[in-house]
Ligand binder design. Structure first.
Ligand SMILES: [Zn+2]
Ligand SMILES: [Zn+2]
Length: 186
Protein backbone atom coordinates (compact mmCIF):
# COMPACT_ATOMS: atom_id res chain seq x y z
CA UNK A 1 0.00 0.00 0.00
CA UNK A 2 2.51 2.59 1.16
CA UNK A 3 4.88 1.70 -1.62
CA UNK A 4 2.26 2.81 -4.16
CA UNK A 5 2.73 6.37 -2.97
CA UNK A 6 6.39 6.16 -3.84
CA UNK A 7 5.57 5.50 -7.48
CA UNK A 8 6.99 7.62 -10.24
CA UNK A 9 3.73 9.40 -10.98
CA UNK A 10 3.27 10.68 -7.43
CA UNK A 11 6.95 11.60 -7.30
CA UNK A 12 6.51 13.57 -10.50
CA UNK A 13 3.65 15.56 -8.99
CA UNK A 14 5.68 16.32 -5.86
CA UNK A 15 8.76 17.24 -7.90
CA UNK A 16 6.78 19.57 -10.17
CA UNK A 17 5.13 21.43 -7.28
CA UNK A 18 8.52 21.79 -5.62
CA UNK A 19 10.09 23.45 -8.66
CA UNK A 20 8.52 26.70 -7.53
CA UNK A 21 9.16 28.22 -4.12
CA UNK A 22 6.25 30.54 -3.26
CA UNK A 23 8.29 32.10 -0.42
CA UNK A 24 11.35 33.16 -2.41
CA UNK A 25 9.86 33.04 -5.90
CA UNK A 26 12.71 30.75 -6.90
CA UNK A 27 11.83 28.84 -10.05
CA UNK A 28 13.62 25.65 -11.09
CA UNK A 29 11.41 25.15 -14.12
CA UNK A 30 12.31 28.27 -16.00
CA UNK A 31 13.43 26.75 -19.27
CA UNK A 32 12.19 23.98 -21.49
CA UNK A 33 15.41 22.06 -20.92
CA UNK A 34 14.79 22.14 -17.17
CA UNK A 35 11.37 20.60 -17.80
CA UNK A 36 12.89 17.92 -20.02
CA UNK A 37 15.64 17.23 -17.47
CA UNK A 38 13.20 16.84 -14.59
CA UNK A 39 10.99 14.41 -16.49
CA UNK A 40 14.00 12.49 -17.81
CA UNK A 41 15.27 12.04 -14.23
CA UNK A 42 11.86 10.60 -13.38
CA UNK A 43 12.19 8.12 -16.26
CA UNK A 44 9.54 9.58 -18.55
CA UNK A 45 9.91 8.62 -22.19
CA UNK A 46 9.80 11.20 -24.96
CA UNK A 47 11.51 14.05 -23.11
CA UNK A 48 13.61 14.80 -26.21
CA UNK A 49 10.52 15.98 -28.01
CA UNK A 50 9.14 18.07 -25.16
CA UNK A 51 7.38 21.04 -26.77
CA UNK A 52 6.99 24.65 -25.59
CA UNK A 53 3.32 23.79 -25.03
CA UNK A 54 4.30 20.88 -22.73
CA UNK A 55 6.64 23.18 -20.84
CA UNK A 56 4.04 25.96 -20.48
CA UNK A 57 1.46 23.44 -19.26
CA UNK A 58 3.78 21.95 -16.64
CA UNK A 59 4.66 25.44 -15.39
CA UNK A 60 0.99 26.30 -14.94
CA UNK A 61 -0.10 22.90 -13.71
CA UNK A 62 2.35 22.73 -10.77
CA UNK A 63 0.55 25.69 -9.16
CA UNK A 64 -2.85 24.04 -9.54
CA UNK A 65 -1.45 20.77 -8.24
CA UNK A 66 -0.20 22.42 -5.02
CA UNK A 67 -3.82 22.72 -3.89
CA UNK A 68 -3.92 18.95 -3.34
CA UNK A 69 -1.22 19.28 -0.67
CA UNK A 70 -2.92 22.29 0.90
CA UNK A 71 -6.42 20.90 1.33
CA UNK A 72 -7.70 18.35 3.81
CA UNK A 73 -11.00 18.10 1.99
CA UNK A 74 -11.13 14.83 0.02
CA UNK A 75 -14.05 15.91 -2.15
CA UNK A 76 -12.25 19.09 -3.14
CA UNK A 77 -9.00 17.24 -3.90
CA UNK A 78 -10.81 14.63 -5.96
CA UNK A 79 -12.72 17.31 -7.91
CA UNK A 80 -9.47 19.08 -8.75
CA UNK A 81 -7.76 15.87 -9.88
CA UNK A 82 -10.79 14.74 -11.90
CA UNK A 83 -10.60 18.15 -13.58
CA UNK A 84 -7.02 17.37 -14.64
CA UNK A 85 -8.18 14.08 -16.16
CA UNK A 86 -10.75 16.01 -18.19
CA UNK A 87 -8.27 18.68 -19.23
CA UNK A 88 -5.77 16.09 -20.43
CA UNK A 89 -8.46 14.06 -22.21
CA UNK A 90 -7.78 10.90 -20.25
CA UNK A 91 -8.34 7.71 -22.23
CA UNK A 92 -7.35 4.64 -20.21
CA UNK A 93 -6.25 1.47 -21.90
CA UNK A 94 -4.30 -1.63 -20.95
CA UNK A 95 -1.01 -2.32 -22.69
CA UNK A 96 1.90 -4.76 -22.48
CA UNK A 97 4.35 -2.91 -24.72
CA UNK A 98 7.15 -3.59 -22.22
CA UNK A 99 6.17 -7.23 -21.56
CA UNK A 100 3.95 -6.53 -18.54
CA UNK A 101 0.31 -5.56 -18.49
CA UNK A 102 -0.19 -2.07 -17.14
CA UNK A 103 -2.44 0.96 -17.58
CA UNK A 104 -1.77 3.87 -19.86
CA UNK A 105 -4.10 6.75 -19.15
CA UNK A 106 -3.88 8.74 -22.34
CA UNK A 107 -4.41 7.92 -25.99
CA UNK A 108 -1.62 6.54 -28.20
CA UNK A 109 0.70 9.34 -29.30
CA UNK A 110 -0.60 11.78 -26.70
CA UNK A 111 1.77 14.65 -25.88
CA UNK A 112 4.02 14.20 -22.88
CA UNK A 113 2.06 16.79 -20.85
CA UNK A 114 -1.08 14.67 -21.18
CA UNK A 115 0.72 11.47 -20.23
CA UNK A 116 2.27 13.10 -17.17
CA UNK A 117 -0.97 14.79 -16.13
CA UNK A 118 -3.19 11.73 -16.45
CA UNK A 119 -0.76 9.28 -14.82
CA UNK A 120 -0.07 11.64 -11.91
CA UNK A 121 -3.74 12.48 -11.37
CA UNK A 122 -4.69 8.78 -11.37
CA UNK A 123 -1.90 7.91 -8.92
CA UNK A 124 -2.90 10.71 -6.53
CA UNK A 125 -6.59 9.81 -6.84
CA UNK A 126 -5.85 6.17 -6.04
CA UNK A 127 -3.81 7.24 -3.02
CA UNK A 128 -6.68 9.46 -1.84
CA UNK A 129 -9.10 6.55 -2.26
CA UNK A 130 -6.77 4.63 0.08
CA UNK A 131 -7.15 7.38 2.65
CA UNK A 132 -3.77 9.00 2.00
CA UNK A 133 -4.80 12.66 1.54
CA UNK A 134 -3.69 13.50 5.11
CA UNK A 135 -0.24 12.21 4.09
CA UNK A 136 0.01 14.78 1.28
CA UNK A 137 1.46 17.74 3.13
CA UNK A 138 3.46 20.93 3.08
CA UNK A 139 6.68 21.01 5.11
CA UNK A 140 6.41 22.73 8.46
CA UNK A 141 10.00 23.96 8.34
CA UNK A 142 10.41 27.71 8.75
CA UNK A 143 10.57 29.35 5.30
CA UNK A 144 10.03 25.97 3.63
CA UNK A 145 7.00 25.37 1.47
CA UNK A 146 8.05 22.13 -0.16
CA UNK A 147 5.36 19.48 -0.44
CA UNK A 148 5.83 15.79 0.23
CA UNK A 149 3.92 12.54 0.62
CA UNK A 150 4.54 11.01 4.01
CA UNK A 151 5.26 7.33 3.41
CA UNK A 152 6.41 6.66 6.97
CA UNK A 153 4.45 3.97 8.78
CA UNK A 154 2.99 6.24 11.49
CA UNK A 155 2.37 8.98 8.94
CA UNK A 156 3.41 11.77 11.29
CA UNK A 157 6.31 13.31 9.37
CA UNK A 158 6.36 17.11 9.55
CA UNK A 159 9.31 18.01 7.36
CA UNK A 160 10.12 17.56 3.70
CA UNK A 161 13.52 15.92 4.13
CA UNK A 162 14.59 14.36 7.41
CA UNK A 163 18.14 15.53 6.73
CA UNK A 164 17.18 19.06 5.79
CA UNK A 165 14.33 20.90 7.47
CA UNK A 166 13.99 18.49 10.42
CA UNK A 167 17.67 18.97 11.27
CA UNK A 168 17.36 22.73 11.04
CA UNK A 169 14.29 22.59 13.29
CA UNK A 170 16.23 20.57 15.86
CA UNK A 171 19.14 22.99 15.73
CA UNK A 172 16.77 25.92 16.21
CA UNK A 173 15.04 24.23 19.14
CA UNK A 174 18.44 23.47 20.70
CA UNK A 175 19.66 27.06 20.26
CA UNK A 176 16.52 28.52 21.77
CA UNK A 177 16.87 26.16 24.75
CA UNK A 178 20.47 27.31 25.17
CA UNK A 179 19.36 30.96 24.91
CA UNK A 180 16.60 30.42 27.47
CA UNK A 181 19.04 28.80 29.87
CA UNK A 182 21.59 31.58 29.29
CA UNK A 183 19.02 34.26 30.01
CA UNK A 184 18.13 32.47 33.22
CA UNK A 185 21.77 32.80 34.17
CA UNK A 186 22.46 29.05 34.18
ZN1 LIG B 1 3.85 1.82 -20.52
ZN1 LIG C 1 11.17 21.56 4.29
Amino acid sequence: MLKDYLGRSVQTGVALVNTFDPVTGEDALDTISQSAHLLRELQWEGTDSLTPLDHAWLRRWRHELRAIFDTEDETQAVDILNGFLDAAASKPRMTNHDGEWHWHYSRVGAPLRDRVTTATAVALLSAIADGALPRMRTCEGVDCSRVFVDTSRPGTRLYCEPAGCANRAHVRAFRSRVRTQASRGN
